[in-house]
Write a protein of this length. Structure first.
Length: 307
């Protein structure tokens, strides 16, 4: 599925577009399940373990920022990851042994669905090496108007920028728009037809503007790692598991294998790291972390005014 040129492009730029990552049947079923979950969210009044609610969410008009851990909400999301062309992309970019780090379905509602401020996933969850990436499977067409993912090529080879609020000192999950290392002029916008998939390296700077269209922007993210990239203390999601003890952690990892085998021999590389601590007051999702942590918006300053 990926040729040598694609692989070289990814290694050089830290991102890639892949068309037709799933079959039309898989796409149709994923959409059906996703819209079913959005329907269910009508009964929900506060963000919980499944739904992250956007401002203005009501029973009459569901507005979600996210469905959390979709592969835990319906087994079909997991089935698609394991039984589609995605596994070929994983093998080409991460090798034969791969695991899921997390998943999320960012569901930007029409007419203003929340921006995701610029960040590096690596700042949220440093590991012993950075052979990690995120797939972004488009469940609806994504264009300039409905809040596409944007990336800054080459940043996967650069430093980890500060994702801490200059005001409060907490981890706010976003870079400061005025950070001199944040070169927004180089941003590339990733649009495509439903069924297309973005791939970005764990250290690539990325973000997305609000959804200003009258259409949903549904992107299903699977964040994956080489099995020998081992999590370091500091990531909120692993923190929860660790409180269940070693067995809970082990069971979680055993359930996270996508291809090949897990390992108890992590590979350590000399990669730059920062820890996502102390946490923002509400670390329930990236949206909550950025808001409650006091992240400054790059989008109000730029895209919203068309600058
Ligand atoms: O939804 C998006 O456009 C970006 C999502 C993202 O980067 C994240 O949730 O970490």
């Amino acid at each position: 599925m990926l040729n040598a040129e694609d692989i070289a492009f990814y290694r050089e730029n830290g991102y890639l577009m892949v068309e037709n990552a799933v079959s039309p049947e898989q796409l149709a079923r994923l959409r059906e399940i996703t819209y079913g979950l959005i329907e269910k969210s009508r009964a929900v009044t506060e963000s919980d373990d499944v739904f992250d609610l956007d401002e203005g969410h009501t029973a009459a008009q569901p507005r979600l920022t996210r469905i959390k851990l979709p592969h835990k909400q319906d087994p079909y999301y997991w089935d698609v990851l394991k039984n589609s062309r995605m596994t070929e992309v994983l093998a080409a970019l991460l090798g034969p042994d791969t695991m899921i780090q997390t998943s999320k379905l960012n569901t930007k509602a029409p007419g203003g669905g929340a921006a995701v401020e610029w960040h590096q996933d690596w700042a949220f969850y440093p590991h012993s090496n950075d052979d990690m990436l995120a797939f972004g499977l488009m469940l609806e067409d994504v264009d300039e108007a409905n809040g596409p993912l944007q990336v800054i090529p080459g940043t996967h080879k650069g430093p980890v920028l500060s994702h801490h609020s200059a005001d409060s000192g907490v981890f706010c999950g976003a870079v400061d728009p005025e950070d001199p290392l944040f070169d927004h002029e180089k941003a590339v916008t990733l649009t495509g037809k439903a069924g297309s998939m973005t791939v970005h390296h764990v250290r690539t700077l990325h973000g997305s503007a609000p959804n200003l269209s009258d259409r949903n922007r549904l992107i299903l993210f699977y964040e994956c790692r080489a099995a020998d990239a081992w999590p370091l203390v500091g990531s909120a999601s692993y923190g929860k598991l660790a409180s269940g003890g070693g067995q809970a952690l082990w069971d979680h990892f055993a359930d996270s294998v996508i291809t090949g085998n897990m390992t108890t021999e992590p590979r350590a590389e000399a990669v730059p790291m920062r820890l996502p601590l102390p946490p923002a007051p509400d670390a329930g999702s990236i949206f909550k972390t950025q808001k409650s942590g006091g992240a400054r918006s790059a989008f109000t300053a730029r895209e919203k005014v068309g600058a």
